[in-house]
Design a protein around this ligand. Structure first.
Ligand code: AMP
Ligand code: MG
Length: 658
């Protein structure tokens, strides 16, 4: 990493470029803000209802008193307090009724003279002469159009005086106050129909990349759905802006430049994603410098994910190129762009909720970059535990499963297991799930979770592999750990791996087998031995392997013996990745489970049945959610569904004692 005082803007654009100036997050933000602020916030006058969520441009003073007149707070009689000062049960005061009744909206005509009372409704204006209201419950009708009052009243009783709520000329709301329903109520009560607010920022959003396909369209080979367009537009709306999504543009410099110029002319801000890495096809960052002065102020920020972020200001308008990977785009957008947009829009900074949690595993981190790690929270024996959920910077699902994120400072190369970390929550509150499942993942598990979900229970399922699940169960961080571990010594699954405090609950069986594209005569109609022999005999036959430590890898190694055919070093971490490699012709065979083979439309040669079971934390067995899980697992509904999916249920055998 080289440092210079000027950002890199004058590179030759041949092939792979490097980020010459990588700035720290704070430095990049400081340069961006220094060019953008101070500035005046554009304002507009809006109808009250349309002003919801926007900050007031000016102080608003009350044009009238609220209430505008002295008002009765109860149903009863307007009286002179002095007339009933000595009234009691034994000696009631008798008052003559005036010949009018004051309902809401009725202006009184007759004064309340000594010895008289006027009937008045809640909200009615207090007549001249009266200084207190007696509740109807404390009076009795009396002969000759009169009432009897059996208790005294102090002057002012049950009267709201004019201006007691809001006094004319008082500052009602201060400039900068964000208008919510309560503020709308106050303004409406004063008769204000129009307010001047900071106008919503008009933000143009544009995605770039030859590979991008809009959601709803058919995915072509090597195509990727445009996630950033939707994410960024929604995040702008969430932060009080007005997003216009202009679509995805191919990496063509001329077309893109025309689109960017047009977008910038019609909006306050332009936000792009993709094309900021310094690869040959990445053009958006090059165009930015031609759009106005001063141009790029930071390109390359010491953040992970998010290094390729590009910040520019073109003739007063911010132009941001977010990294292409959706998680990178989201983190940089929330961490660095949202604060700037809110400040431009006159909105207060977003309030973030944080909680402390223990990190159960060591998390690797890159030295020199502030690293964000998404985490799922579970309740441990000594407080909250934060499990990393990241699947790499390309993964978008981590966001949905995460409760928040932790950041590892640039100067650390890891966060040790057992560290206390501060978790910034994505939602204002921690949602502690009813059931926590940590271990190996299986699509069959979704069926059980679905049953619990429909019963109103929340389930957090964290995939860390069988061994990780057992460790979490021993530490008391989960209720149930799904496992599929083969013990070579006893030639049996799972039971030999349980320790004190854990018990085995039978799950289901998964048939592992060799997959191939239907019609491949090297495999069609063969048994496993013939299939492997055919594969090894053909030097053009490409395999796809599995990662070290997976149960499937053990099987593959048994099949291959000492052979290392082409493709052996391609070692994806999931059943689905193996099926995708074969289906897309990147490999000719691999080993995966039957339901995955079936849904990918592949041929299948059965090899061995694998047992997918559950290590249950005995101490938690009586928890209602655990009982619900066990009931769901034993239900005909689940077992029929899991069988339809292509698994072998162990039902109706008795799954657990007691
Ligand atoms: P880039 O910054 O253009 O080199 O893109 C980096 C990675 O992000 C590539 O794998 C792109 O396919 C992916 N990517 C770029 N833009 C988007 C987008 N709008 N939605 C989803 N993925 C994207
Ligand atoms: Mg691209």
């Amino acid at each position: 990493m080289t440092r210079s005082t000027r950002p890199d803007t004058s590179q030759e654009h041949t092939g792979q470029e490097q980020f010459l100036t990588v700035l720290s997050r704070d430095e990049a933000l400081a340069r961006f803000e220094a060019v953008l602020f101070p500035r005046t916030t554009p304002t507009e006058e809006l109808m009250l209802a349309d002003a919801l969520g926007l900050p007031l441009a000016d102080d608003v003073t009350a044009p009238i008193d609220v209430p505008p007149f002295d008002r009765s707070n109860v149903d009863g009689f307007a009286v002179r307090a002095a007339d009933i000062a000595t009234a009691s049960e034994a000696l009631p005061a008798r008052l003559l009724l005036n010949r009018e009744t004051i309902a809401c909206g009725v202006a009184p005509q007759i004064p309340v003279l000594a010895g008289t009372a006027t009937s008045i409704a809640t909200g009615g204006p207090v007549p001249r002469g009266a200084d207190a209201i007696v509740m109807v419950e404390h009076t009795h009708p009396a002969e000759g159009d009169a009432i009897e009052v059996r208790r005294g009243a102090s002057p002012g009783q049950f009267i709201s005086h004019a201006g007691s709520d809001i006094a004319r000329g008082e500052v009602l709301l201060r400039a900068g106050t964000v208008i919510g329903s309560r503020e709308i109520g106050m303004l409406a009560a004063c008769g204000i129909a129009l307010v001047t607010v900071a106008r919503k920022l008009r933000v143009a959003v544009l995605s770039t990349g030859d590979e991008l396909v809009q959601p709803g369209d058919t995915l072509r080979p090597a195509g990727i759905y445009d996630a950033n367009g939707a994410i960024v537009s929604a995040a702008i709306t969430e932060n009080g802006g007005q997003a216009s999504f202009l679509g995805a543009y191919p990496d063509d410099e001329a077309t893109l430049e025309a689109a960017m110029r047009e977008a910038l002319a019609a909006h306050d801000v332009l936000i792009l994603s993709g094309g900021t890495s310094k690869g040959a096809g990445d053009v958006s960052h090059r165009i930015v410098n031609r759009l106005g002065a001063p141009g790029i102020v930071a390109h390359g920020v010491a953040l992970k994910p998010g290094k390729p972020l590009c910040l520019a200001v073109c003739d007063g308008k911010p132009v941001v190129v977010l990294p292409g990977f959706p998680t990178s785009a989201m983190f940089t957008f929330h961490d660095m762009i949202v604060p700037v947009l809110r400040r431009m829009a006159g909105l207060p900074p977003r309030t973030e909720a944080k909680v402390a949690a223990k990190v159960p595993l060591r998390i690797q981190s890159e030295l020199g970059r502030t690293e964000f790690v998404m985490v799922s929270l579970v309740e441990g024996e000594q407080g909250l535990v934060a499990y990393p959920t990241g699947k790499g910077s390309g993964a978008i699902t981590s966001f949905a499963q995460a409760d928040g994120f932790i950041s590892i400072e640039a100067l650390a190369d890891n966060m040790p297991a057992g560290s206390e970390a501060s978790v910034t929550l994505f939602t204002p509150h921690v949602r502690v799930p009813d059931l926590v499942v940590i271990g190996s993942n299986c699509t069959g598990l979704d069926l059980v979770v679905g049953i619990l979900f429909r019963a109103g229970l929340t389930v957090r399922s964290i995939a860390v592999g069988s061994l990780g699940g057992l460790a979490a169960a021993r530490r008391g961080e989960c209720d149930i750990a799904p496992i599929h571990l083969f013990d070579a010594k006893t030639q049996s699954y799972n039971a030999p791996f349980l320790s004190e405090g854990l018990e085995l609950v039978q799950g289901w069986r998964r048939m592992q087998g060799i997959v191939y594209r239907p019609g491949d005569l090297r495999f069609q109609g063969t048994d496993p031995e013939e299939a492997v022999r055919a594969a090894l005999a053909d030097p053009n036959c490409m395999m796809v392997n599995r990662n070290q430590g997976s149960g499937t890898r053990i099987l593959i190694d048994q099949l291959l013996g000492a052979a290392r055919p082409d493709g052996y070093w391609n070692q994806p971490r999931s059943h689905n990745a193996v099926a995708a490699a074969v289906a897309q012709n990147r490999a000719d065979w691999g080993v995966t489970i039957a339901p995955v083979a079936r849904s990918a439309g592949l041929g299948f040669i059965a090899l061995k049945e694998e047992h997918y079971d559950f290590a249950l934390v005995s101490a938690r067995k009586q928890r209602p959610a655990v009982q619900a899980f066990l009931t769901a697992l034993a239900s005909p509904e689940f077992n029929e569904a899991v069988e339809r999916m292509g698994f072998y249920p162990t039902w109706p055998s008795v799954r657990y004692p007691g």
